[in-house]
Design a protein around this ligand. Sequence first.
Ligand code: SME
Length: 137
Amino acid sequence: QKPDIEINEKLKNLCQYLQDNVSYYNWVGYYFANHDNQTLHLGPYVGAETDHTVIPFGKGICGQVAVSNQNFVVPDVAAQDNYIACSITVKSEIVVPLFVRGENIGQIDIDSHVIDPFTESDERFLEFVNKEVAKLY
Ligand code: SME
């Protein structure tokens, strides 16, 4: 297993690359699961600083994905009850779990400043990205 510091540098570069190249990817980051205490922990990210560095499983969009193991596309965050707001500029969000050897170890989380930008192409693309990321582990 490679040291986390090496993987984190790669993930940070990946987040930066995605944010630079997709106009509606405004905040891009990874959260990682701690299965012992059922929390998500913020890893590498680009975009506005966030207070939400630790998120309990089940809470917010991210916390729900930790439990459901499914992609979660939110076209309009204002329509969600179980949502953790990071910034009023965020209008929509997509979260895609990261599986390593079948285990949901975390997720990529992307916030957008526009309403309803995410399509199935984003889901397929981010699933592909996470399959590549899984190879680092
Ligand atoms: N909006 C997320 C919280 C994380 S921030 O987007 C960085 C949620 O509801 O889980």
